[in-house]
Each structure stands twice: as structure tokens, then as C-alpha cells.
Design a protein around this ligand. Structure first.
Ligand SMILES: CC(C)(COP(=O)(O)OP(=O)(O)OC[C@H]1O[C@@H](n2cnc3c(N)ncnc32)[C@H](O)[C@@H]1OP(=O)(O)O)[C@@H](O)C(=O)NCCC(=O)NCCS
Length: 148
């Protein structure tokens, strides 16, 4: 049982969650946080979890699965509330959310420039698997710089 209240995002949480992602340096010009949140919430296979500390949003994670593996995005803890177990708590909740849906493995991607966060995931039992991550914008209109 977590000492933090953890639940799915509500409409009234969206502004605070996108602000949290900004403060955590997770916003990217090619990702529209509002659209990402709406898309995840509209999927039966994804959600956004938030952790509250003292009644205020302190951590969040987008969690979902593709029918084979689970994953997380936007794992974020308020910079002023780090090292208090919020990161572990939101990841525990994401893992439980996936387990409840029958998932047995979580794969996640860490940006190459975010090496320090690997130690956080290792503390939670994750191991680095030697893989090369490939990606393609199958909707080119969403690609950064499209039409310019
Ligand atoms: C990574 C992040 C979520 C960690 O949140 P946190 O609340 O500080 O983490 P916790 O306090 O729950 O720490 C859990 C464990 O990870 C370890 N840990 C956390 N951050 C660490 C770091 N930067 N380096 C090494 N270990 C770290 C803690 O020591 C703790 O270990 P323990 O339980 O064995 O004592 C937070 O720093 C963050 O939001 N970073 C910016 C956003 C980001 O990079 N997200 C990940 C995108 S892939």
C-alpha cells in the first residue's frame, strides 16, 4: 500500500499534469501533451496515473500496453519532491495497472541524453537489455518539420 494517493487522471488534473511534465523537462515540440493525454485516455489499453502528496499532484506516468508488452511514458516527479519514493510509487502503480490487465513484461525507452535515470529504473529492478530502438513516423504529417 503506497503512502501516496494514486489514481487515474481527471479532466481537472490535466493542466497540473502538463505543467509537471514541463517542469520535469519531458515536453518535446513534436508531442502535444494535451493531445497525448486525450489519446491515452480514449484508449482502453492506456491511462495516465497521478500520485498526490498532501492533496497536490506530485508525480505522474502514462501507462499502456499493445497486447504483448506494457510500457510507460512521461514518468515524472515534481523536482522539489524527489527522493521521497514518489517515482517508485508511480512505477509500482503502473506495474500493477499492467499486471491487472494480464501483462507480464514492461519495456521502456530512456533517451540517450537521460543516462542518470537508468539508475532509478535499476533501483526498481529494471535491467538494460541490449536492443536497438527503431521508429518510423507512419503518419508523416505528425513528423517534426512536416510541411516546412
Ligand atoms: C526519475 C524520477 C522519476 C525519480 O523520481 P524520485 O521520486 O526521485 O524516485 P524515488 O525517490 O522513488 O527513488 C526510487 C529509487 O531510485 C533511486 N534513484 C532515483 N533517482 C535516481 C538517480 N537520478 N540516480 C540514481 N538513483 C536514483 C533512489 O535512490 C531510490 O532507490 P532506493 O529505493 O533503493 O533507495 C525523477 O527524478 C524525475 O521525474 N526525473 C525527470 C523526468 C525523467 O527523466 N523521467 C524519466 C523518463 S524515462
Amino acid at each position: 500500500m503506497s503512502k501516496f494517493e494514486i489514481r487515474e487522471i481527471d479532466d481537472s488534473d490535466i493542466e497540473a499534469v502538463t505543467a509537471l511534465w514541463q517542469r520535469c523537462g519531458l515536453a518535446r515540440p513534436w508531442n502535444d501533451p494535451d493531445a497525448d493525454i486525450a489519446f491515452a485516455r480514449n484508449s482502453p489499453n492506456a491511462t495516465i496515473l497521478i500520485a498526490l502528496n498532501g492533496g497536490k499532484i506530485a508525480a505522474s506516468a502514462m501507462v499502456g500496453h499493445d497486447g504483448h508488452r506494457g510500457t510507460v511514458y512521461y514518468v515524472s516527479v515534481d523536482p522539489e519532491q524527489r527522493d521521497e519514493g514518489l517515482g517508485r510509487a508511480i512505477m509500482d502503480a503502473a506495474e500493477n495497472w499492467l499486471r491487472e490487465r494480464g501483462m507480464w513484461k514492461l519495456n521502456l525507452v530512456v533517451r540517450a541524453e537521460n543516462q542518470t535515470v537508468i539508475e532509478f529504473y535499476e533501483a526498481l529492478g529494471y535491467t538494460v537489455e541490449k536492443r536497438v530502438n527503431l521508429a518510423k513516423w507512419i503518419d508523416p504529417s505528425k513528423k517534426p518539420g512536416f510541411g516546412q
